[in-house]
Design a protein around this ligand. Sequence first.
Ligand code: AMP
Ligand code: ZN
Length: 277
Amino acid sequence: MKPLEFESIVKNTIKKYKLANKKDKIIVACSGGKDSAVVAYILKKFGYNVEALHIDLRIGEWSEKNRKKLEGFCKENKIPLHTVDSKKEFGKPMPNLRSVVQLRTGFANCTVCGVIRRWLLNKKARELKATKLVTGHNMDDGAQTILMNIMRGNLHLCLGFGPKSEAKGEGFVTKIKPLYFCKERDIEEYSKWKNFPVIYKACPCSFDASRQPVKEWLWETEDKIEGTSKNIVDYHLKIKPKLAKLFKSEKIRHCKSCGEPTRKEICKACEFLKLSK
Ligand code: AMP
Ligand code: ZN
């Protein structure tokens, strides 16, 4: 795909789903990987007010490389970068924190890390007075999540899912996914064409992720039936209004422990952080 064609998909997604405007203070959650670098670069190129937020998970050499490359990328593209160190924040690096929680709960690596990361991203983005929080999630990620929600009998979780997750409760920063209609392989091609200093390897801890088999199955199926992922994300958006009639959206409250928005009395991140002590 030609770079301009790729950029126009992003432009159309922003326009069609009213993801952002030029008055927004946009914080892009940047991992050091290709997806978040591409979305930060394109939003900046389109003239949005963009800053980057990175969580240093302290996963040894892998995190160190990601952080250094991201610092170079942000400097070169004049994107202010905010880094939050998981060790400073929680008193220990993510792998240590995670393994204590896992011993007690049996959850996979990405589940524990993901809950705490999302909690921290929302908290820090709000502190930075962001009006939008961007992630690099793409069409492949979207199709995987929708399938996994169906497979686990959690269709109700598809209710608030899509290119834009409106901030329903006080304290929630609206999350947007401008790459929602971009295929992962097109993002990689764009990133390589631009020569972005990013790491293309997956996190070394993601080997036990439950989405891995779904990811592989979708890739194989996409090769045989082209358009599979696009059809899944399109159909989901078509039936979303019907889902709203089937399932009541859960009320947002504030965690009794940390005050962050949650659907439960105590948020999952606090539950995990308490277990990690
Ligand atoms: P993943 O769950 O690893 O596929 O990441 C999904 C999105 O979350 C990425 O595209 C980034 O926008 C964001 N993200 C992941 N890891 C980090 C991190 N360490 N710091 C900031 N944002 C992150
Ligand atoms: Zn909490």
